[in-house]
Design a protein around this ligand. Structure first.
Ligand code: ADE
Length: 226
């Protein structure tokens, strides 16, 4: 998968792409990430990327020309989703993430200030995504959220694909509690079933815990299902 990120803060991604799962995916050549500074697609001497909104109101709007130049020149003749991060977008979830995992190419557009000029959304953006019902200062953190969640699903990135598939949300339920050694920590013991060696019982216990947790914490997920 090849991901192009269009941003006015490319430096924000430096440590993110050089660590953890994303770095591992890049090292294995399963993921390529290219950063593009939107400012370098401006033609004026001040490299201006924003301007006042027509009709007035607070905040600045990202200008269409640099965004148009950036998207079209990065995309070239390719067809690829152009994802714009905005609180007005579709709420991101594991289902949506899964739909991107086999894409050859994705363009991520990180906005700033108020929003971007609507004409770019109408002409070039294919998908609009929100990572939650709150307002961030820009699309960089949402882009990192999505890259992290998508890259761990790409075949070959995580050694134990089973581990990714049984995580919270992958089956529409939250995850189960996890324990590691020591078996007793400050008077608190690991549930007996987990050290019983009985795998059928362990599966049943985990399933029950996942259901309990989902029912109490996320009734929307639980009762939205069967
Ligand atoms: N940009 C600003 N806030 C956002 C959000 N909640 N999700 C996606 N992009 C955003």
């Amino acid at each position: 998968m090849k991901i192009d990120i269009l941003t006015i803060f490319p430096e924000l991604f430096a440590s993110f792409i050089d660590n953890g799962i994303v770095f591992r995916a890049r090292e294995k050549k399963l993921l390529e990430i290219n950063l593009h500074n939107i400012r370098s697609f401006t033609t004026d001497k001040h490299h201006q990327v924003d301007d006042y909104p027509f009709g007035g109101g607070a905040g600045m709007v990202m200008k269409p020309e640099p965004l148009y130049e950036a998207i079209t020149s990065v995309l070239g003749e390719d067809k690829a989703p152009v994802v714009y991060f905005t609180p007005q977008g579709r709420l991101l979830n594991q289902d949506i993430i899964s739909r991107y995992k086999d894409k050859e190419r994705i363009i991520f557009l990180c906005g700033h200030y108020k929003e971007i000029d609507q004409r770019i959304r109408d002409m070039l953006v294919t998908d609009e995504i929100s990572i939650g019902d709150y307002v961030l200062s820009g699309g960089e953190v949402p882009a990192m959220v999505m890259i992290d969640a998508v890259s761990r699903l790409i075949d070959g990135v995580i050694g134990d694909i089973e581990s990714a598939m049984t995580d919270s949300h992958q089956r529409g339920l939250l995850g189960t509690p996890h324990y590691t050694r020591p078996a007793k920590f400050m008077d608190r013991e690991v549930p007996d079933v987990l050290i019983s060696g009985n795998h059928a019982e362990i599966d049943k216990w985990r399933q029950m815990k996942a259901r309990e947790l989902t029912m109490t914490r996320r009734p929307d997920l639980y009762y939205g299902k069967s």
